[in-house]
Design a protein around this ligand. Structure first.
Ligand code: SF4
Ligand code: SF4
Length: 245
């Protein structure tokens, strides 16, 4: 197996939620109680039982017409995952990264303290990790690691009826994403790929990322939160302090 990536082309997404359901089905995650909130968003957020969520955002465009933005949200399987960096300093082995595919996996056999989880969630630039307080475990997308190691596609990609989702070797996926970006640029001048150098789940967006979702792109260009950047900046100083006591 090689380094893997997803490409999610939001211009082809119809918000059918097939990916969301396929993810639940494969991971044997139960349904969660839903509510009529006056919009189509259900459930309202990711959770320990919802690893993949189609976000609906209704935006008013010039002329007063409403427009829907769909965003099939999930863990981005970061190239250098900040969640793992923090977890390594708390409970070694709680978050692992597969060396060949790059999949970032939460180890559900290891328990985490709520305070440690809070720090792990805070450093995720995409607000992905969720926590089951009574079980003390974290949860998120697994890249369908059990499927891909058998040569199958992730359940969400296999299900998508419109071709909005692709998965494969990173080199091929990057090529596909850049080719599609060039195609849509003529029609959508603001089209962009979201943090393609930093993540293994690359979204094609054709408008301001905030119209899709607050965490559609990382808070800053290098794909880490401000807090994490500061921590990294002061790390050598802290290490020196520890050495000289
Ligand atoms: S998106 Fe968040 S949870 Fe997923 S690998 Fe990156 S930092 Fe970790
Ligand atoms: S299955 Fe495909 S078209 Fe349907 S919501 Fe998911 S990404 Fe969009």
């Amino acid at each position: 197996m090689a380094d893997k990536s997803f490409f999610i082309d939001t211009t082809k997404c119809t918000a059918c939620r097939g990916c969301q359901i396929a993810c639940k089905q494969w991971n044997k995650n139960p349904g969660t109680k839903t509510l009529q909130r006056g919009n189509h968003q259900n459930p309202d957020d990711l959770s320990t039982y919802t690893f993949k969520l189609v976000r609906f955002n209704e935006v008013e465009v010039p002329g007063g017409e409403p427009q829907w933005y769909f965003f099939a949200d999930q863990c981005r399987h970061c190239i250098s995952p900040p969640c793992k960096e923090v977890a390594d300093g708390k409970v070694k082995g709680a978050i692992i990264q597969d060396e060949t595919t790059g999949a970032v996996i939460f180890n559900t056999k290891m328990k985490i303290k709520p305070a440690d989880f809070k720090e792990i969630r805070e450093v995720c630039p995409y607000d992905i990790p969720r926590f089951h307080p009574s079980a003390g475990i974290m949860a998120k997308c697994t890249m369908c690691f059990d499927r891909i190691k058998e040569g199958m596609l992730p359940a969400c990609v296999k299900t998508c009826p419109t071709g909005a989702m692709s998965f494969g070797d990173r080199k091929d996926i990057l090529e596909k994403a850049n080719k599609r970006l060039a195609e849509v640029k003529g029609k959508f001048k603001d089209a962009m790929l979201a943090n393609p150098e930093d993540v293994r789940v690359i979204y094609l967006l054709v408008d301001d990322p905030k119209k899709y979702h607050k965490f559609a792109v990382a808070e800053n260009a290098i794909g880490i939160t401000r807090k994490m950047a500061l921590k990294r900046l002061f790390q050598p100083l802290n290490t020196l302090r520890q050495m000289i006591g």
